[in-house]
Design a protein around this ligand. Structure first.
Ligand code: SF4
Length: 686
């Protein structure tokens, strides 16, 4: 709409992309376009949107939409496609057992879909083999917060509380590009950013700690060492609300600042300044993002930052705390409702007999028939098509050909399957390999709930009709279940599914039982836990106690270890990866929006001028980046914003993740996306 002709207010909903879940209105124009305008009644964005959100209407009218199912690349009817998929599933399971068919989900799916996918795997397929791309996202933070606090909710407080914090330390997050409206909640004068690159977020900050990739844990240990040495321990809080402090204090005595400077590259004076800012701010918050978390030591790294926050007495105090900046649109809800290999709905553990009994009763099955835990995301993808692994895979809302570590190898595993069924709205890089492609409705074409990075459950309303020929993910699951002889248990109506989800989550850590679509609409969102119809929800958890057996947060001793793959003579530079303002995750959606591809048309290799001089690389040169697992090429972009020992690739295109390391965190099973070793060579002039 032009400025001259303001739009009538459209349907109030939320953005299709990241975990901020900015509020927006979607209005269908006379020309059948979908116009986006920001909502100012949603605390997360308060009238702001980023470039991705502003252009989301183009996604709804994309010429790249799939509108007919495909079997082996050829158009097919729905009956034929669903019948073909179901018969192949049955044949594979008859021959090889239930675990021969796997399911892979996504952190962008609504709560209803995430719930139904987990139920579909365990009840319709009876397979233990289900996991999702959120394992690649915030699983380290989830594991660390569960270990420390007994519960994982990304931000355990409303995002607006950040405005009350005099200091915020953000380790490994680039919110100014990934979710720009987040920045309005931060006070730049009190902002400390930890990042190997001087990102737009780091440029906003009062203090930038530019550490070497893979050293966030050492840095956190040194910050805690300084906090203790300088007398900033919140003695009363530590005594009353934590356990394990003495052992942690003793362990960080080995991390004196000069040693940490040698390991991290961060000057001692900057570390001291960071601690002073946090300790003297009154209210302070420690946040982690993927930069600190996507490591084979990600859980321990987050634990070290939580130890720092606990020592300073922050978690559970209004205006203070620790939080994880969740990335995917439903990264929070997506990890609560059972699409994770080790979980049942309500954030219950799948190996807990009481949890199994509760959920089995809601599902009308015998608890003994529920499968146990399956493989984690990378382990599942790596096993596909092997003699011991699944022969068939159903994939919803994910694009692992781009987003998996060692992605070239994973593309080979997907290609080795007997059956790959992909449900997506476009022919993603992964859908191109599929036996059966099922075209789906998207975001503003269907209703559902999302749980944003605050743990606030939001309502996405249907604003426009989907194109004819597509079905919702819930309709697809319903159709497959019917053909597998499990019809009746898999309704396609989101509200019906949500009502069942409420019952399944009742009494669990993430209790949604008191949340209804009406309550969400009335309150503008409801924070879980919300255990009763007359309960308003819980904006701040941990205020009085932590949900551990003794009510105290657990401080856990952790120690630094080098990256799994360090630099050497053959591969002398660190590679790290990250996001750009114009694109979201694997780019399957945003690479099909013209304004966004114009803003960021292709991947680039960011490197420091000294490194470029050393290697004779000029701006615009095509550079081959070679690692132990693969090769990719990108044009050189020379910038003093990055360390001279490190290069950067944005991961929104197929290529960068061919190089990344699938070494897994022993607790969270998070791969080491954020650091590996590479070599560089010019292959063409710019
Ligand atoms: Fe908001 Fe994230 Fe959407 Fe941008 S991508 S408009 S920050 S929800």
């Amino acid at each position: 709409a032009s400025v001259m002709s303001p739009l009538p207010e459209g349907t109030a909903t939320h953005c299709p992309y990241c975990a901020l879940q900015c509020g927006m209105h979607v209005t269908q124009t006379d020309l059948n376009q979908a116009e986006i305008t920001p909502r100012d009644d949603v605390p997360a964005n308060q009238g702001g949107l980023c470039q991705k959100g502003w252009t989301a209407g183009a996604l709804l009218r994309s010429p790249h939409r799939l509108t007919t199912p495909l079997i082996h690349g050829k158009p097919a009817g729905w009956d034929e496609a669903l019948g073909y998929a179901a018969s192949r599933i049955a044949r594979i399971q008859d021959a090889h057992g239930p675990d021969a068919v796997a399911v892979f989900g996504g952190g962008g799916l609504t709560n209803e879909k995430a719930y139904q996918l987990g139920k579909f795997a365990r009840v319709a397929l009876r397979t233990s083999q289900i996991d999702y791309n959120g394992r690649f996202c915030m699983s380290s933070a989830a594991a660390a917060t569960n270990r420390a606090f007994g519960l994982d909710r990304g931000l355990p407080f409303p995002i607006t509380d950040l405005g009350d914090a005099g200091a915020v330390l953000l380790a490994g997050g680039n919110v100014a590009e990934t979710m720009p409206p987040f920045v309005r909640h931060l006070n730049p004068a009190g902002l400390i950013v930890v990042d190997p690159r001087e990102t737009p977020t780091a440029r906003l900050a009062a203090l930038h700690l530019q550490n070497a990739p893979g050293t966030d844990l050492a840095l956190a240990l040194a910050l805690l060492h300084i906090a203790i040495a300088d007398g900033h321990v919140a003695e009363e809080y530590v005594a009353a609300r934590t356990t394990g402090f003495d052992a942690v204090r003793d362990s960080v005595s080995a991390w004196w600042p000069e040693r940490a400077e040698r390991v991290t590259g961060v000057p001692v004076a900057a570390m001291r300044q960071a601690v002073a800012m946090l300790a003297e701010a009154g209210n302070a918050v420690v946040l982690t993002g993927r930069g600190a978390e996507q490591h084979a030591k990600g859980t321990d790294t987050v634990t070290a930052y939580i130890n720092l926050a606990l020592t300073l007495g922050l978690p559970g105090r209004p205006g203070s705390g620790y939080g994880c900046v969740t990335g995917q649109g439903n990264g929070q809800g997506g990890r609560e409702h059972g699409q994770k290999a080790d979980q049942l709905p309500g954030y219950r553990k799948i190996d807990d007999p009481a949890a199994r009994a509760h959920v089995a009763a809601v599902w009308g099955v015998d608890p003994a028939d529920l499968p146990g835990p399956g493989r984690s995301a990378y382990e599942l993808l790596d096993a596909l098509g092997t003699p011991e692994g699944p022969k068939g895979l159903l994939l919803f809302g994910s694009n692992p050909v781009v987003s998996s570590p060692r992605s070239g190898h994973i593309a080979g595993r997907l290609a080795a399957l007997d059956l790959l069924v992909v449900a997506d709205l476009v022919l993603s890089d992964t859908a191109e390999l599929a036996t059966v492609v099922l075209p789906t409705a998207q975001w503003a074409e269907e209703a559902g709930t999302m749980t944003n990075l605050e743990g606030r459950v939001l309502l996405r309303r249907r604003a426009v009709a989907p194109p004819s020929g597509v079905r919702s993910d819930l309709e697809i699951l319903s159709g497959l279940a019917e053909r597998l002889g499990r019809g009746g248990s898999f309704p396609a109506d989101p509200r019906t599914v949500f009502d069942e989800l409420r019952r399944a989550s009742a009494g669990g850590p993430a209790d949604y039982s008191g949340i209804t679509y009406e309550k969400i609409a009335d309150q503008g969102g409801v924070f879980w836990p919300c255990p009763a119809d007359d309960h308003p929800g819980t904006p701040r958890i941990f205020l009085d106690r932590f949900p551990t057996p003794d009510g105290r947060a657990r401080m856990v001793v952790v120690d630094h270890r080098p990256p799994v793959e360090d630099v050497d003579a053959d591969y002398p530079y660190y590679l790290t990866t990250g996001r750009l303002l114009a694109h979201y995750q694997s780019g399957a959606q945003t690479r099909r929006v013209a304004d966004l591809t114009e803003a960021a048309p292709e991947p680039f290799l960011e490197l420091h001028p000294d490194l470029a001089d050393h290697l004779g690389i000029r701006p615009g040169d095509m550079v081959r980046v070679t690692g132990r697992r693969g090769v990719t090429e990108a044009t050189a972009r020379i910038s003093a914003a990055i360390r001279a020992d490190t290069v950067f690739l944005p991961f929104h295109w197929e290529g960068p993740n061919r190089l990344t390391n699938p070494a897994l965190d022993p607790v969270s099973r998070m791969p080491e996306f954020k650091v590996c070793a590479v070599n560089l060579a010019v292959v063409g002039g710019g």
